[in-house]
Write a protein that binds this ligand. Structure first.
Ligand SMILES: Cc1cc2c(cc1C)N(C[C@H](O)[C@H](O)[C@H](O)COP(=O)(O)O)c1[nH]c(=O)[nH]c(=O)c1N2
Length: 226
């Protein structure tokens, strides 16, 4: 017999619950330099990973894996990979931005007690996955949804999280022994934090700023460039 579970009524959030969700969204920050050395208890880390694991995914593919990295020698190889990539990165910016770029702290690999690589197993679910038939990259999008869930849950738990993407993919693959069908999607640094920036650190440091929302909304103006 086929099993089914009927949809339950959509419970409304209380005002406090709703405010808490928005607070997590609006005060979530990318953390690089504010990590404390205190360890993250295993059950708390598991809670965060459970939040990630409840992300939406194409065809319920759940293509993610979570590689937990705490070993200092692995971290130090990752840090070296970052350094190599970052030396290339700085040269790509116009000369007048390079000094500011070089002053930015863009990772907390060694300081964060836990590093996490969130990967996407592109073969999970077989060749044909519902919803992925016409856009193969939806598995990667799903994995990014898991990262965002993790990021928001971490914020609610007082855990800082920083995403580091300045790597040569081949370095991450080789250090973490990833097979070809597994893609490293996000390299994350996690740890307790004493304080958080009130605005994106890149904005506080004059690198970029949040765009006005109204400039990004297009409604019934299909003829116009966007
Ligand atoms: C895909 C992706 C990749 C990266 C980032 C984010 C995302 C989504 N961010 C963090 C990014 O700079 C930050 O989110 C924005 O500046 C906005 O700041 P808040 O996250 O709101 O604090 C980031 N930060 C950093 O210091 N080094 C990095 O390599 C990256 N890479």
């Amino acid at each position: 017999m086929q099993q089914s579970s009927a949809p339950a009524p959509a419970g409304r959030f209380s005002d406090d619950e709703r405010d808490a969700v928005y607070r997590a969204i609006h005060t979530r920050r990318d953390v690089r330099g504010q990590f404390l050395p205190d360890p993250i208890p295993d059950d708390l880390l598991r809670q965060l990973l459970l939040a990630a694991h409840h992300a939406p995914s194409v065809g319920l593919m759940q293509p993610w894996n979570f590689i937990v990295i705490e070993n200092p020698s692995v971290k130090s190889r990752i840090r070296e990979a970052f350094e190599r990539a970052n030396q290339d990165a700085v040269r790509l910016f116009p000369a007048e931005r390079r000094a500011l770029y070089s002053r930015l702290k863009l990772e907390g690999i060694s300081e964060a007690p836990v590093n996490l690589c969130v990967t996407c197993d592109r073969s999970r679910g077989g060749d044909v996955v519902l919803g992925r038939t016409h856009n193969r990259d939806t598995d990667i999008y799903s994995t990014v949804c898991a990262v965002q869930n993790l990021w928001l849950a971490a914020r609610a738990e007082g855990i800082g999280l920083g995403w580091v993407s300045i790597f040569d993919d081949a370095d991450l693959r080789s250090i973490l022994h990833l097979p070809d069908h597994v893609m490293p999607v996000a390299y994350l640094c996690l740890g307790h934090v004493a304080e958080l920036y009130e605005e994106p650190e890149l904005q506080a440091r004059g690198w970029a700023s949040r765009l006005p929302l109204d400039d990004l909304i297009f409604r019934d103006r299909w003829g116009e460039a966007r």
